[in-house]
Design a protein around this ligand. Structure first.
Ligand code: GDP
Length: 138
């Protein structure tokens, strides 16, 4: 059974022109794009999305960054999508990311790390529903 996950090409990657290459890497790895939209988000929307991190010291900085410019929101589908996307992304800190991963190639710091991917089934369901209406998932 195919599984769905939620992903964001973050503002750093959109700003520096690597969104197309990241999208190609994701599609080339066998993910079907169920839904995709480019938009800017407000600080308030970013805070709601990252609510689980609200006690972390980087919460304000992270949500300011995520609302600093356009990003690309996506729902992706394949067998084992959640774990496979996490593998494709690489470690949170690009300094620790494996060779060939999106973050190794395109991220510039632990915060400005190019891509987001859901880390579990329950978070994927929350994140998809946070950004997309049911009629957008085709
Ligand atoms: P992820 O699942 O690999 O995206 O990592 P987390 O869920 O732990 O963190 C969410 C996001 O917060 C990361 O992707 C980074 O953009 C940011 N972040 C994580 N750790 C740090 C940190 O130590 N400092 C800063 N400034 N940002 C961080």
């Amino acid at each position: 059974m195919p599984q769905r996950t939620f992903s964001i090409i973050k503002p750093d990657a959109v700003r520096n022109g690597s969104a197309g290459a990241i999208l190609a890497q994701v599609a080339g790895a066998g993910f079907r794009i169920v839904a995709i939209k480019k938009q800017s988000i407000s600080k308030h929307e970013a805070e709601g999305f990252y609510a689980v991190h609200r006690e972390r010291p980087f919460f304000d900085s992270l949500t300011t960054f995520m609302s600093s410019g356009p990003l690309i929101l996506m729902v992706l589908e394949k067998e084992n999508a959640i774990a496979d996307l996490r593998k494709l992304m690489g470690a949170t800190n690009p300094a620790n990311a494996e060779e060939g991963t999106v973050r190794k190639k395109f991220a510039s710091s632990i915060q400005e790390n190019a891509i987001h991917g859901s880390d579990a089934e329950d978070t994927a369901a929350f994140e998809i529903a946070y950004w997309f209406a049911g009629y957008e998932l085709i």
